[in-house]
Design a protein around this ligand. Sequence first.
Ligand code: SER
Length: 875
Amino acid sequence: MKASDIRHTFLKFFESKGHTIVSSSPVIPGDDPTLLFTNAGMNQFKDVFLGFDKRAYTRATTSQKCIRAGGKHNDLDNVGYTARHHTFFEMLGNFSFGDYFKHDAIQYAWELLTVHFKLPTEKLWVTVYAEDDEAYEIWNKVVGVPAERIVRIGDNKGGRYMSDNFWMMGDTGPCGPCTEIFFDHGEGIPGGPPGSPDEDGDRYIEIWNNVFMQFNRTEDGVMHRLPKPSVDTGMGLERITAVLQHVHGNYEIDLFVALLAAAKSAVEASGGQDIDPASPSLKVIADHIRACSFTITDGVIPGNEGRGYVLRRIARRAIRHGYKLGARKPFFHLIVAELVTQMGEAYPELRAAQARVTEVLKQEEERFFLTIQHGMEILEGALAGGAKTVDGETAFKLHDTYGFPVDLTADVCRERGVTVDQAGFESAMNRQREQARAAGKFKMAAGLEYSGTPTTFHGYEHLVCETAKVVAVYVDGSPVASADAGDDAVIVLDHTPFYAESGGQAGDSGELRNASSRVLVEDTIKIQADVFGHHGRVVEGSVKVGDVYTARVDAERRSRTVRNHSATHLMHKALREVLGAHVQQKGSLVNAERTRFDFAHNAPMSDDEVRRVEAIVNAEILANAAAAAQVMALDDAQKSGAMMLFGEKYGETVRVLTIGSSKELCGGTHVGRTGDIGLFKIVAESGVAAGIRRVEAVTGDNALAYLQGLERTVNDVASALKAAVPEVPARIAGLQDQIRALEKELGALKGKLASSQGDGLVAQAIDIKGLKVLAATLEGADAATLRATMDQLKNKLKSAAIVLAAVDGGKVQLAAGVTADATAKVKAGELVNFVAQQVGGKGGGKPDLAMAGGTDASKLDGALASVQGWVAERV
Ligand code: SER
């Protein structure tokens, strides 16, 4: 049975037992910040178990894409070293949401394994949670598994409910006791039964875990009973396939045999030679191509934080193993095609993303291949003296300068029985973080010290506050009692309508005014999280702590900024619609002129994609929907489906901005209705880093000005061409044709002119022992004309050595030609070189025709005059 048939049989078996077949969810959990990656089949049903969500079914079955490379369940370090661990694997599962419980779950599993998959019962062992007598009894009395093959396992992991037989998704969430089914691969394989001291060998392999979901564990560690006891089972497709294909390791199943062969040929095509097919490095590569390809398919791009960094670590680990096998250029991406052949049918999204996945991996490889060699040399140097540990500074340097994630360094070390000084590495990392933080803070706050109350912000509703009181004043970075006319100052007010730069939106400008003084505010910045600094120039009177001002935001500038900001939300949404859900905001800058939006995407946007995004955003503008902001608990925001940025830290309450069809967490200021944006136009699209694109766009009067500017240019072009605007393209094409025709004509005329000069030159040739020698300049000739004239002169002179020159600017073009009868004595290449050297150049060519250039035209006459003597010496 092939892996694909086993997947199919599993799903169909549970369908026959009343289960609905549900598609795998992405490897990126949609709205669960407690999870880095989908790590089990039950993830997509978490809320159903908790009773928050209802489905049309109470029984489901899935084949789920899972990643265990970070977080609570992390198998990364085991990959390549055991026969059964993967970073990516497929989990077959059946689920009951308050429907059947232990009896049916156990009996379904037994029926599928022994009746349909025909596994010999004596090869199967089971474990139960030590306190779960009910499960024990079902196995023993109802199913008939003898007591010697049922193992009770208690809390063996250092705490209450910390057990191999008590399954938790993470530190919080649904959980419960479980019963696991093991397969005995037989005596030849090292390892002992579950619960024995050598249980970690490869002989007794857990193939199926049946979890009896009964509790929800909350952050405080309390176990709350679930509304209804449920079932969550998981069977690794790779493990059951190994059993059914009578092999003892996952890497021997059909799917991996194909991937290992593809990995071997990719590495061999990139420099590796005669690779041992059993090399653990090949297994690492074959495993990692799946984790990398599926995470990229579901929207992750290699980066320096969060999921992007996990992806980078996995990819670089695979690349390093290829490097170890001899690859010296990108090879990893070449394996994607075979993966698609193997798994594209079961997971069509992988097939659809094939080109993008290949390109993203190729770029990551190209980057890493730039530094891997040097990094490996440094690491080899550190390992050379027989050291038992690699020090933290070296590990940090490899990380920081050569792009070696520390677990990659550790991976190399482990092969040599060496450890990495993790603590030393962490402290080097922390030192760098501290330095970066100190530098960032200094820049933002410009060193301003403030210990008063936070600023109250009224700028969502108002642009003017008439009673803003000064609570601090700074000049040249130091607190002062007052600032005078002409001073550049930073002023803190107790409350203000001025928005301080944050979340990509520029700070407001405007003025502070009272009866005796006036300040022009150029910018507003945060000097602490909730303390706004109004930065500007005192233009009248003086400003003292305690003074009261009317604070007035420059309304026009603010309107332009909010139009750009609101349009950014609509554009973000439209980009995801047009390019795909992998589009994630990577940076944004919104000011009164434009919006600049950086996002993860791997190819330049086509013209058509740009137009579609523009059309979607402008349709939202025309729909003129009201915008609404709502402050709510982060949890509720997540449930409402609001877009949030991965890796961003949010407070417990957040502001959710709904505008048109977009819903996003945002603290910025926005238009009242989408129609206020007026018009939206993308003006530039470019790449800023590997996998990151940048779109710049304008709105409202800026968009109008942009279009009017374009119109003006087009009108100027049309009037210069004396054509109506629609005729411009045809007129330009016509002009280009005309230019080409004229160039052709000009070339022909030049040729004619040169050859007419050629006729005159025949008479100038000197006879030296029967060989005609001629050295002359052709006015206005280019290289082609020199060559053509040379041919004519050779024909006319019959037996000759000729040098022709042309001067263009200060530069000299030279051609030397010798008729075939004379090349034994006089070689054109030598002749042209002899002349060229005298005019500051050099050249060469064949014995009968050679070309050269020179830079000193002033020496040309003398050089041509020397030709006769040179030839005379050789004939
Ligand atoms: N959630 C359990 C596991 O992952 C069973 O599906 O092992």
